[in-house]
Design a protein. Structure first.
Length: 148
Protein backbone atom coordinates (compact mmCIF):
# COMPACT_ATOMS: atom_id res chain seq x y z
CA UNK A 1 0.00 0.00 0.00
CA UNK A 2 2.32 2.74 -1.20
CA UNK A 3 1.61 6.42 -0.99
CA UNK A 4 1.50 6.73 -4.78
CA UNK A 5 -1.15 4.01 -5.09
CA UNK A 6 -3.77 5.93 -3.14
CA UNK A 7 -5.63 9.13 -3.84
CA UNK A 8 -5.48 12.10 -1.49
CA UNK A 9 -8.95 11.29 -0.21
CA UNK A 10 -8.03 7.66 0.48
CA UNK A 11 -4.92 8.78 2.39
CA UNK A 12 -7.06 11.12 4.47
CA UNK A 13 -9.48 8.32 5.25
CA UNK A 14 -6.61 6.05 6.27
CA UNK A 15 -5.22 8.79 8.54
CA UNK A 16 -8.56 9.13 10.33
CA UNK A 17 -8.96 5.35 10.54
CA UNK A 18 -5.47 4.94 12.00
CA UNK A 19 -6.27 7.60 14.61
CA UNK A 20 -9.08 5.42 15.93
CA UNK A 21 -6.74 2.56 16.82
CA UNK A 22 -5.23 4.27 19.84
CA UNK A 23 -5.89 3.35 23.47
CA UNK A 24 -8.58 6.00 23.88
CA UNK A 25 -9.98 4.73 27.20
CA UNK A 26 -6.55 4.96 28.77
CA UNK A 27 -6.05 8.33 27.11
CA UNK A 28 -9.33 9.58 28.59
CA UNK A 29 -8.25 8.45 32.06
CA UNK A 30 -4.87 10.18 31.69
CA UNK A 31 -6.56 13.35 30.41
CA UNK A 32 -8.94 13.42 33.38
CA UNK A 33 -6.12 12.85 35.88
CA UNK A 34 -3.89 15.54 34.34
CA UNK A 35 -6.76 18.00 34.02
CA UNK A 36 -7.87 17.31 37.59
CA UNK A 37 -4.32 17.75 38.88
CA UNK A 38 -3.97 21.04 37.02
CA UNK A 39 -7.29 22.25 38.42
CA UNK A 40 -6.21 21.20 41.91
CA UNK A 41 -2.96 23.13 41.55
CA UNK A 42 -4.86 26.22 40.36
CA UNK A 43 -7.24 25.97 43.32
CA UNK A 44 -4.46 25.43 45.90
CA UNK A 45 -2.26 28.23 44.57
CA UNK A 46 -5.18 30.62 44.53
CA UNK A 47 -5.28 31.41 40.83
CA UNK A 48 -8.99 32.21 41.02
CA UNK A 49 -10.58 33.75 37.97
CA UNK A 50 -13.46 33.21 35.61
CA UNK A 51 -11.12 31.31 33.32
CA UNK A 52 -9.89 28.83 35.95
CA UNK A 53 -11.10 25.86 33.86
CA UNK A 54 -9.43 26.80 30.56
CA UNK A 55 -5.90 25.74 31.56
CA UNK A 56 -6.79 22.39 33.14
CA UNK A 57 -9.12 21.48 30.27
CA UNK A 58 -6.37 22.38 27.80
CA UNK A 59 -3.85 20.19 29.66
CA UNK A 60 -6.37 17.35 29.81
CA UNK A 61 -7.06 17.59 26.07
CA UNK A 62 -3.36 17.66 25.22
CA UNK A 63 -2.57 14.54 27.23
CA UNK A 64 -5.70 12.79 25.99
CA UNK A 65 -4.64 13.22 22.37
CA UNK A 66 -0.97 12.57 23.13
CA UNK A 67 -1.60 9.23 24.85
CA UNK A 68 -4.20 8.19 22.27
CA UNK A 69 -2.09 9.06 19.24
CA UNK A 70 1.31 7.88 20.42
CA UNK A 71 -0.21 4.83 22.09
CA UNK A 72 -1.81 3.85 18.80
CA UNK A 73 1.59 4.00 17.10
CA UNK A 74 3.32 1.97 19.81
CA UNK A 75 0.69 -0.76 20.17
CA UNK A 76 1.41 -4.19 18.79
CA UNK A 77 -0.95 -6.89 17.65
CA UNK A 78 -4.18 -4.93 17.97
CA UNK A 79 -6.43 -3.87 15.16
CA UNK A 80 -5.73 -4.07 11.46
CA UNK A 81 -2.05 -4.78 10.75
CA UNK A 82 -2.26 -3.11 7.33
CA UNK A 83 -3.63 0.06 8.90
CA UNK A 84 -0.89 0.02 11.55
CA UNK A 85 1.75 -0.50 8.84
CA UNK A 86 0.32 2.45 6.86
CA UNK A 87 0.46 4.64 9.98
CA UNK A 88 4.11 3.72 10.54
CA UNK A 89 4.91 4.41 6.89
CA UNK A 90 3.17 7.81 7.11
CA UNK A 91 3.71 8.94 10.73
CA UNK A 92 3.20 12.66 10.13
CA UNK A 93 0.05 12.16 8.11
CA UNK A 94 -1.39 9.71 10.64
CA UNK A 95 -0.86 12.27 13.43
CA UNK A 96 -2.78 15.02 11.61
CA UNK A 97 -6.36 14.08 12.61
CA UNK A 98 -5.53 14.17 16.32
CA UNK A 99 -3.57 17.39 15.84
CA UNK A 100 -6.46 19.11 14.09
CA UNK A 101 -8.92 17.85 16.71
CA UNK A 102 -6.70 19.13 19.54
CA UNK A 103 -6.32 22.50 17.82
CA UNK A 104 -10.09 22.87 17.31
CA UNK A 105 -11.10 21.74 20.81
CA UNK A 106 -8.41 23.82 22.50
CA UNK A 107 -9.50 26.86 20.47
CA UNK A 108 -13.08 26.35 21.63
CA UNK A 109 -11.93 25.83 25.22
CA UNK A 110 -9.92 29.04 25.25
CA UNK A 111 -12.74 30.95 23.58
CA UNK A 112 -15.59 29.82 25.81
CA UNK A 113 -13.87 29.05 29.11
CA UNK A 114 -10.84 31.32 28.91
CA UNK A 115 -12.36 34.51 27.63
CA UNK A 116 -10.02 34.70 24.65
CA UNK A 117 -11.10 36.04 21.30
CA UNK A 118 -11.48 33.46 18.54
CA UNK A 119 -8.40 34.60 16.59
CA UNK A 120 -6.18 34.76 19.68
CA UNK A 121 -7.40 31.37 20.86
CA UNK A 122 -6.76 29.87 17.41
CA UNK A 123 -3.19 31.16 17.40
CA UNK A 124 -2.56 30.13 21.01
CA UNK A 125 -3.85 26.63 20.24
CA UNK A 126 -1.23 26.18 17.54
CA UNK A 127 1.45 25.58 20.20
CA UNK A 128 -0.01 22.43 21.82
CA UNK A 129 -1.22 21.16 18.44
CA UNK A 130 2.22 21.64 16.92
CA UNK A 131 3.85 19.95 19.90
CA UNK A 132 1.49 16.98 19.54
CA UNK A 133 2.27 16.73 15.82
CA UNK A 134 6.00 16.91 16.53
CA UNK A 135 5.99 14.25 19.25
CA UNK A 136 3.67 11.86 17.39
CA UNK A 137 5.54 12.34 14.11
CA UNK A 138 8.94 11.70 15.66
CA UNK A 139 7.72 8.66 17.62
CA UNK A 140 6.08 7.24 14.48
CA UNK A 141 9.17 7.93 12.38
CA UNK A 142 11.48 6.25 14.89
CA UNK A 143 9.13 3.28 15.31
CA UNK A 144 8.76 2.96 11.54
CA UNK A 145 12.52 3.14 11.02
CA UNK A 146 13.16 0.52 13.69
CA UNK A 147 10.56 -1.77 12.09
CA UNK A 148 12.28 -1.66 8.69
Amino acid sequence: MGHGDLSRRENSQLAVASATTGPWRTAAAVGVVVGGAALGIDLVTGHWSTSILAGPVGWGLFFFFLVGTVGGLLRRGTGDRRLHRWALEHPWQSALPATVALWALNTLTLTFLGGWGLIGAAFMSLLPAGLLLLVAGVVGSVKGARRS
